[in-house]
Write a protein that binds this ligand. Structure first.
Ligand SMILES: *Cc1c(COP(=O)(O)O)cnc(C)c1O
Length: 361
């Protein structure tokens, strides 16, 4: 087998041997005492990371499962949802809202720009919405939206519930759900948490649960009330990916051994290394200053290098995989991830390899 090329794409990201070992533990039944103990063991630490007193639910689906479920549980069919759009994932959420038969309205800015609080305030002042969706960290563009400021706007509109995706920012920066008044906070396994793909985590506020209770036709698999009922007995509604929960438990051990604040600081340092490299090499940033992600960098290809050749050479010579730009940004940008377990040492290795490749282009 060829050596595994290490992933520096912004998801799925590299999964450590230790996490894979936990993922490979023998499977146990999901209705027994052993599983309940496992579920209870991850629960307290998940609540701490979510900044919530609410239960944190484990969904055997990718993030999109919960992103769609949040709409189905919180917005009635034909109800109004405002989708904040500034990149591939947030644009897609608008599409998903429409496919679910919700009346979706766009708060759309150009890719690379952040969602600003005054724009949100304007939209909300102009009409009543059942919910707003926001992607905290737009992985496609490297923009981190100003979550605290946007949450403050939403708190002035208590009839509108706030659904926030933190797939690529969770555990890398503080996201205090209860303090900010977020109604559904969700993340996925394969990005900021550096777990294998296939699991999502979410929590729902009391008023989100009350709203869900009034919603007809919530279905079964993603019914928030089913999650709540089962969580009371330390279980999931249907058979979960037990392997993911073992991997999650191992990851939480690591996160709390490092310290949550130290983990945040590490992401800031590794991200700063990438930013220094971008400046030193005469590239630009796709996101404006003040709104740049701390978990990935979307590099603007201002030097007009052959990005595809860079990606290819880096993989062939150094066994590192980076992303050559998302969708319409292909070739115009490339993305470097510092999510998950990366350290100053490993990020420096990537940057040194990039230097070598750039010299040969
Ligand atoms: C990758 C990503 C998603 C989609 O995740 P899936 O695991 O493919 O469902 C959603 N939101 C953001 C911000 C992402 O980066």
């Amino acid at each position: 087998m060829l050596p595994h090329p290490k992933l520096f794409i912004p998801g799925p990201i590299e999964v450590s041997e230790k996490t894979l070992a936990a993922f490979s533990r023998p499977v146990i039944g999901h209705r027994g005492a052993e599983f309940k103990a496992l579920y209870a063991d991850v629960q307290g630490r998940l609540r701490e990371l979510f900044g919530t007193q609410r239960p944190v639910f484990v969904s055997t689906s990718s993030a999109w499962g919960v992103m769609e479920a949040a709409l189905r549980n919180l917005v009635p069919t034909g109800g109004r949802v405002l989708n904040c759009m500034n990149g591939a994932f947030s644009d897609k959420w608008f599409d998903v809202s429409q496919r679910c038969g919700r009346q979706a309205e766009a708060l759309k800015v150009e890719w690379g720009q952040p969602i600003l609080p005054n724009l949100l305030e304007e939209k909300l002042a102009g009409g009543k919405f059942d919910a707003v969706t926001l992607i905290h960290n737009e992985t496609s563009t490297g923009v981190m939206n100003p979550l605290a400021e946007l949450s403050a706007v939403l708190r002035r509109h208590p009839e509108t519930l706030f659904i926030v995706d933190t797939v690529s920012s969770f555990s890398a920066v503080p996201i205090p759900m209860d303090e900010l008044g977020i109604d559904v906070l969700l993340t996925g396994s394969q990005k900021a948490l550096a777990l294998p793909p296939g699991m999502a985590l979410f929590a729902a506020s009391e008023r989100a649960m009350a709203r869900a209770a009034e919603m007809p036709e919530r279905g079964y698999y993603f019914d928030f009330l089913e999650f709540q009922k089962n969580a009371e007995g330390d279980m999931t509604p249907s058979t979960p990916s037990v392997s993911h929960i073992y991997a999650l438990q191992s990851k939480l051990d690591e996160i709390f051994a490092e310290g949550v604040a130290a983990r945040h600081a590490r992401h800031a340092r590794t991200n700063a290394l990438v930013h220094d490299w971008v400046r030193k090499n005469g590239f630009g940033f796709f996101a404006p200053e003040g709104f740049r992600s701390v978990t990935l960098t979307c590099v603007a290809n201002t030097r007009e290098i052959d990005v595809a050749a860079l990606v290819k050479t880096l993989k062939a010579k150094h066994h590192f995989v980076i992303d050559g730009g998302y969708g319409k940004l292909k070739g115009k940008t490339f993305r470097l991830s510092n999510m998950g377990d990366e350290t100053e040492e490993t990020v420096s290795e990537l940057l040194a390899a990039l230097d070598e490749c750039l010299a040969t282009l």
